[in-house]
Ligand binder design. Structure first.
Ligand SMILES: C[S@@+](CC[C@H](N)C(=O)[O-])C[C@H]1O[C@@H](n2cnc3c(N)ncnc32)[C@H](O)[C@@H]1O
Length: 207
């Protein structure tokens, strides 16, 4: 009961604040600038990405957590394009094959319970010429920090709604059959070292 209260009434507000750290906002701006047309956003959260879309017609906002999505309302009302909420997990996307040319994920792949299945689904709904744009925190390249990430992930999953600190997202994307158009690592300022290493990438289906 206490955990449900935390998950539904406290965690969404903490998430909304944490996801607006300036270095993350800078990364959103860079990632989303070239995104155009109709977009599927995986793990829409509280809608923090909306003001960064410059040339978008519609955002299909996939977000399973109702209390988190509730906090997106003001940003959705202010968006100069249509935002359609779909309450579902990425492991089973309710869309036909090849139905999106642009798919976005910002700090969501860490939280998906069945990552391999979700990437298979993202691959399925992406068009042949489509791009999956993502920025994610990942497993650190320093072994000491990586060990700490493995150690703390069970606790992190509990307090941060399923978030894994220790995922190798680049490898997961390769395993799912994506090829990289862009693959850049950076350390985000203002984030503790165990969650600081970021991957910004744009990937396509392998030909
Ligand atoms: C760390 S938050 C990031 C939110 C948002 N993308 C942002 O950049 O602020 C992770 C998000 O993924 C969502 N999520 C968790 N499991 C998911 C799943 N299986 N499929 C899609 N989204 C999921 C969470 O509810 C949460 O909104």
């Amino acid at each position: 009961m206490i955990f449900n209260f935390y998950r539904n009434h406290i965690f969404p507000h903490v998430l909304n604040q944490v996801m607006q750290v300036p270095s993350l906002m800078d990364a959103r701006r860079e990632l989303l600038l070239p995104v155009k047309g109709r977009v599927l956003e995986i793990g829409f959260g509280t809608g923090v990405n909306l003001p960064f879309y410059q040339a978008v017609d519609e955002v299909v906002a996939l977000e399973p957590h109702e209390a988190v999505f509730t906090l997106a309302k003001e940003r959705m009302d202010a968006a100069p394009f249509h935002v359609k909420h779909v309450q579902a997990g990425a492991e089973s996307l309710p869309f036909p094959d090849q139905s999106f040319q642009q798919i976005v994920s910002t700090w969501t792949l860490c939280s998906i319970a069945e990552l391999e299945q979700a990437l298979k689904e993202i691959h399925r709904v992406l068009t042949i010429d489509g791009v999956f744009h993502l920025v994610e925190h990942v497993l650190h390249d320093e072994s000491k920090t990586a060990r700490l990430q493995h150690l703390l992930t069970p606790v992190q999953k509990r307090v941060a709604d399923g978030c894994h600190l220790n995922r190798n997202i680049e490898q997961a994307l390769l395993d799912a059959g994506f090829v990289f158009e862009q693959c850049e690592y950076f350390n985000a300022a203002g984030i503790p070292k165990i969650g600081q290493r970021m991957l910004m990438a744009r990937v396509r289906r392998a030909p």
